[in-house]
Ligand binder design. Sequence first.
Ligand code: BJW
Length: 268
Amino acid sequence: MMNTIWSDRRRPKAPAAAAPESAAARDAIASARVWLMQASRIAVLTGAGVSAESGVPTFRDAQSGWWAQFDPAELATEEAFRGDPERVWGWYAFRRQLTRDAEPNAAHLALAAFEARYPGRLTLITQNVDGLHQRAGSAGALALHGNLVEDRWLDPARSCCNKAVPDQGQPPRCPICGNARRPAVVWFGEMLPERTLAAAQRAAGSCDVMLVVGTSGLVYPAAGLAIAASSAEARVVIVNPEPTELDDVAQLLLRGTAGQLLPALLNF
Ligand code: BJW
């Protein structure tokens, strides 16, 4: 079994592009603010980019993303875990520590403050497993892809599976049947939590405005929520320093970072 020491060997992240200061950019931000002020229901779909300014790596950014260094098929599938549990468990243990050391940034805090100011007006849907929205105060965030700090049984628990014995570097196992604990996240090919996804679909289908923040829009069914919102006549606003797969469904593209733009959009 390969004994991997996880370290951060990715190249340093290039500085994010500053929010454009042009008159057109200012007008676009002003338009988005008006839409948000007028909206009774706002849905926000976030991805890894919203945590980038907290120092948590994204998946697909060309130099700094996890998939620039590792093959997702070897780390983010059940097959990978069964094939090399020590390697996958080690990667998650490394990421758990990394996110424990991270703090919510201005984007997480702006969303949480808005929810506190206008209870029930904003539904936060996140693909992130890092818990930073929740730590910022967004307790009701709909976490589509699970939670990095929790784990669960790999196979349906049997009557003997009530104790997991830790094992150096390996996932803890039931001492009787060998069932293993695995991270409580959603890997490729796995179903999303049914009720959470249904609540997200309801929010997407009934919102007046959807903000799509810090996601490449490549992963389904999460990306389909922006398409559903657009089909239901919501205004879709994308906040991202780079182009995304969802740009075609957006009415406004705000090219800047989440930490710069969300406080400016939501401070009313
Ligand atoms: C900034 C910034 C700053 C940088 N500010 N922005 C329909 C069509 C095609 C394929 C499928 C389909 N339906 C299902 C599939 C298969 C698959 C899929 O979507 N594959 C595609 C890749 C092609 N989906 C699934 O398997 C899902 N399950 C499912 O559908 O079950 C039913 C089913 C099963 C089998 C067959 C068919 C149906 C499950 C998906 C689970 C995704 N899991 C992961 C790992 C979670 C655990 C972990 O963390 O380890 O979730 S993969 C990874 O991608 C993670 C993320 O949540 C997810 C999305 O990534 P995200 O957040 O968009 O990050 P990036 O890195 O891609 O983008 C970051 C963005 O931020 C960039 O745009 C930057 O520019 C930007 N950014 N700094 C703002 N400061």
